[in-house]
Design a protein around this ligand. Sequence first.
Ligand SMILES: Nc1nc2c(ncn2[C@@H]2O[C@H](COP(=O)(O)OP(=O)(O)OP(=O)(O)O)[C@@H](O)[C@H]2O)c(=O)[nH]1
Ligand SMILES: [Mg+2]
Length: 270
Amino acid sequence: MRKTGLINLFIIFSEEIIVFDSCNSNRGLFKVNIMILGPAGSGKSLLTKSFSDYLREEGYNVKVINLDPGCISLPYDCDYDIRSKFTIEEIMRKEGLGPNGALLKAMEKLSKMNIPSFNADFTLIDAPGQLEVFIFHKAGPKIAGKLKNSIGVFIIDATIGVKDLPAAYLYSLATRYRLGIEMINVINKVDLLEEGEAEKVKAYLINPASQAKKIKPKGMLSDIYIPLSELLQKVVPAQRVPLLSAKYKIGFSELLDMLYEVKCACGDLT
Ligand SMILES: Nc1nc2c(ncn2[C@@H]2O[C@H](COP(=O)(O)OP(=O)(O)OP(=O)(O)O)[C@@H](O)[C@H]2O)c(=O)[nH]1
Ligand SMILES: [Mg+2]
């Protein structure tokens, strides 16, 4: 049963049918691309699987795209898989390249291709495993630019710990800056944290400057931790941060709410 589906309006523009769902509640989300981004191993593929399952259980029409040409297996069935065009292994073999050279080549190829656009409420896009190659290569912004109406979900691995959060946060900022898309930061793998630790992580991300003073970092870190946290406070928009577990499907309704809020641009994300 769709969570908020009270009224559906069908509006026909030329060949396209646009469905506005429950227009009385700001939940008219339609045809949104969700790019699942994050460092290697942060849980992009598992989140793609479990969040797409969750959305389907909520009654949404969901499609899934895999843009990672380097993976061997995936935990979900996809509607479009870049590996049907090329894989890292193939490029390495055919072009005599090492893994990183093949990755660069793959990103170039990807930037020249058309990525399908589905008529679905949500299209989840599992980004390449080596995020740094994707975002720092010129292909990354090109690929993101092809995807209309997209929102990034940037995964921070909960196990990084509060002291190292500024580094993860900077990575998310760099990704947002390079790809030029709206971004929601999420913390994944909260099931692995001790009680109380998840709340500390969340408090830092919402209010880095004041939390940094409580953490009292030592050594070289102390010189940069507080100024860096103050800078983050200035440049990162105040936003609440869903605590997720892709493994146990925790925090998904908060993430869904935030996606709606970003899309309708009228929500308050704090
Ligand atoms: N405990 C726990 N493990 C998780 C969670 N999410 C992902 N994992 C595990 O983390 C590992 C990496 O998950 P993936 O989904 O492959 O991560 P990824 O970001 O797609 O990895 P690459 O594509 O290789 O960069 C796997 O062993 C997952 O089972 C979570 O919420 N909790
Ligand atoms: Mg993956």
